[in-house]
Structure formats: structure tokens, C-alpha cells
Design a protein around this ligand. Structure first.
Ligand SMILES: *Cc1c(COP(=O)(O)O)cnc(C)c1O
Length: 398
């Protein structure tokens, strides 16, 4: 029988759970976009966005999803014909480079596969070999949402510095911002992109490009950028409409203000720590189940795992069967496997992902772990004992 009635839980890696406070803040009549509360509120977002990105640099806001800010970031600093070194640990750095190709950029991809984080030594080799500095940017993701790999961005900065290479370091934090510790300035990141719908707990539709002075100086000589994507008027507007080059995303701004308040009330360090512990609760459950049967966390090394999303291998057709069971019987929607097997290939059904980003707490995680264990039992999928108990232990010890 179905036990799904009650509040549904969308546990996918974005869009994430939207707090009731954010929804309520958005539930209002259309505000004046020329003067008054909305204009005042928008100015307060800038320091808070820079603070969660850990930067004293600038931020440009866009009415766009992640793909939009991918394009925005590239078009401000890379010209047609420029080469970018793309460090792939799954799907998303490659996706970003595909956007760049449309702008004439020539990607040089180092592929670390679907189960490893970036190996800094291989990056060092590529940069050292680039004697005449053809590589203008190193593009990668902090967290790859398909594989749940988490990359060591500070190590990449050291590699660039050791090689004396001037390329910009451009990082996609769409999945990781406000989930995994990220220090834009301390780690020497020049350009960073993020979206509203993951750790920022706001509906999809707003994107952010953070940039430092080095990147802005390159923007000066860049001929690819169009007026709409130009980060300068957005980051330093003379008139309110210039933040967006048009109508403001009115309701998103109220939602985002509330979400940043929620983050500030908890404290960013605590937010990161909560994500760390809750991720470990999932990992402990999955590792217990994996002692017997087909379950396996995609990233074997804990140090290289995201705290925002966990990709799981469970063998076809178990992945789809378990996801379907969770939705129909338990009221939980899990993420599909992404980039693990081609659509149409039976192997495609052997994966799932759990999103644990943003507005997530212990009872939600323990609820999903318990429901997953019930699903494994109901579907007769072999698994080791003690998964739920292991997750309980992690929460209890915290
Ligand atoms: C979600 C995500 C994107 C894409 O964002 P959209 O809003 O779907 O365009 C890009 N990169 C990463 C790491 C993501 O998690």
C-alpha cells in the first residue's frame, strides 16, 4: 500500500527544498520597481552574497539559471579563439565548456572520469607544458552534481602559482555554495558562478557571477561580451534597472533576502558543519548497506565527496525501481543518475542521487534513510544490515 500521502519531499540535487519562510516572503502583490522597499532590499543582498562566497570582490546578478551564468562568466573574460583548460570530474565542467564553445572558446579537456576528483599533478603537467600561456582560463566545478565529486580548489590555486601560470581560475559553485566550505578569496578563485536554487534555497531563476579585480581587468580587453551579459553595470549600477538590464526578478529578491537571513541566523560555519554531518549520516547508512549486495557510493574516498549530493550505484534495474518505490510508497523523490550511462541503455536504471543541500535537517535525512531501507526490503534488493542504525549513530554523536 502507498504511505506517500503527507508532505512530499523532493530530495534531488536542485531545485532544493524551499523553506516556508522563503515561500511566505514571496507571497505578496507585485512591488514598485522604481523606488521603495524592493530597491532598498536589493542593496542589502550584495554584501550578504559576497559574504557567503567569502569574497571582497564583486557580484553581478542575472535573471537566469546556472546555464545563463555559465555563459555570462565566459563571455566577460574569454575571447573567441582563446583556449580554456577544462577539468572534468563528471558532467558539469564539460557542460560549461560546451556553452563556451558557442562563444568560440577552444576547450582543452582533462577528464578525470566519473569516480575521481581532480588530480593536481596532471593539471600541473598541462600548465607547465603551456609555455606560451595559450591557456587563458582553468574552468572547473567545486562539486560535480552528477558524480558527487568534490574538488580541492585551493590545491588548484597552488598548482597555478607553482607553475607561474597567469590563467584565470574559474569555478562553478552552483551545487556547493552554502553547502560545502568554499573560500573564494582565500583559495584564489578569480571567477565563481552560483545559482539561487540549491544551497541558497530560493526557486530557480536567479544566477550570480562573482569576480575579483584580476578578472575585471581582463573584462576590460574582452570583445566577446554583449551588453546584456556585461557584469560591470550589474555589479556597479547607476540605476536600479541596471542590476538586471530590465525588470527586476521581484519575488525572487524577497525570497533570496529571507534565505540569506536564514543562513545568517544559523551562521555559515554552522551551515557547512550541518551539511557535513548530514552527508556523513547518509554515507554511513549507504556504507553499511554496501557490505552485502549491489549498493556502492559512487565516490569511494570520503575526502572527495560533496556534502550537498551523494551519487549511488545500485545496478540496473534497481536504481529506477527504488526511486519509483520511494515516490509511490514513501513520498520522497530522489535524483536520477546523470551521465553514468546513456539514456536508452538498460544500465541507465542502475543509479540514483540524493540531494542533501540547503534546508535539510536530521529528521529529513533519517526519514529518507529509513524509507530507503524499507524500499530495499520491499523490493528484495540485497543489502548489508544496520544502515539506519549507522545514520542514527552519526546524528546522535553530533
Ligand atoms: C545545477 C547545476 C548546474 C546547472 O544549473 P541550471 O540552473 O540547471 O542551469 C550547473 N553546475 C552545477 C554544478 C550544478 O549543480
Amino acid at each position: 500500500m502507498s504511505l506517500a500521502n503527507g508532505r512530499h519531499y523532493l530530495a534531488i540535487p536542485g531545485p532544493s527544498v524551499i523553506p516556508d519562510r522563503v515561500l511566505q516572503a514571496m507571497h505578496r502583490a507585485a512591488p514598485n520597481i522604481y523606488t521603495g522597499a524592493l530597491v532598498d532590499l536589493t542593496t542589502t543582498l550584495i554584501p550578504d552574497l559576497c559574504s557567503v562566497a567569502r569574497t571582497t570582490g564583486k557580484v553581478a546578478m542575472y535573471v537566469a539559471n546556472g546555464h545563463g551564468v555559465w555563459e555570462a562568466a565566459v563571455s566577460n573574460v574569454l575571447n573567441a579563439g582563446d583556449t580554456a583548460l577544462v577539468l572534468a570530474t563528471g558532467r558539469f565542467a564539460v557542460g560549461w565548456s560546451e556553452m563556451a564553445v558557442w562563444l568560440g572558446i577552444n576547450p582543452r579537456i582533462i577528464d578525470f572520469g566519473l569516480r575521481s576528483a581532480i588530480d593536481p599533478d596532471r593539471v600541473a603537467e598541462a600548465l607547465t607544458a603551456d609555455k606560451d600561456h595559450q591557456i587563458k582560463a582553468v574552468m572547473t566545478v567545486h562539486v560535480d552534481t552528477a558524480t558527487s565529486a568534490r574538488n580541492d580548489i585551493a590545491a588548484l590555486r597552488r598548482v597555478l602559482d607553482d607553475a607561474g601560470h597567469p590563467a584565470l581560475l574559474m569555478v562553478d559553485c552552483i551545487a556547493s555554495l552554502c553547502c560545502d566550505r568554499f573560500e573564494m578569496d582565500a583559495w584564489g578563485v578569480d571567477v565563481m558562478v552560483a545559482g539561487s536554487q540549491k544551497g541558497l534555497m530560493t526557486p530557480p531563476g536567479m544566477g550570480f557571477v562573482f569576480f575579483n579585480e584580476k578578472a575585471d581587468a581582463i573584462r576590460e580587453t574582452c570583445s566577446n561580451v554583449t551588453h546584456y551579459w556585461d557584469w560591470r553595470p550589474r555589479a556597479v549600477p547607476e540605476d536600479f534597472y541596471q542590476y538586471w538590464d530590465g525588470t527586476a526578478p521581484t519575488h525572487h529578491l524577497y525570497g533570496l533576502r529571507e534565505a540569506l537571513d536564514i543562513i545568517n541566523e544559523e551562521g555559515l560555519e554552522h551551515v557547512w558543519h550541518r551539511h557535513d554531518v548530514l552527508a556523513q549520516a547518509y554515507w554511513s547508512a549507504l556504507e553499511s548497506w554496501s557490505t552485502d549486495g549491489p549498493i556502492e557510493i559512487n565516490m569511494s574516498d570520503r575526502e572527495s565527496r560533496s556534502h550537498a549530493v551523494t551519487a549511488v550505484r545500485i545496478g540496473a534495474p534497481n536504481g529506477t525501481a527504488l526511486r519509483d518505490w520511494m515516490t509511490a510508497k514513501a513520498g520522497v523523490t530522489l535524483g536520477i543518475g546523470l551521465g553514468m550511462a546513456p539514456a536508452g541503455d538498460p544500465a541507465w536504471h542502475g543509479f540514483f542521487r540524493i540531494g542533501h543541500m540547503g534546508h535539510v535537517n536530521a529528521h529529513m535525512v533519517l526519514g529518507v534513510v529509513g524509507a530507503l531501507q524499507a524500499g530495499l526490503v520491499a523490493l528484495g534488493i540485497p543489502h548489508g544490515k544496520g544502515g539506519l542504525e549507522a545514520a542514527v549513530e552519526v546524528c546522535a554523536a553530533a
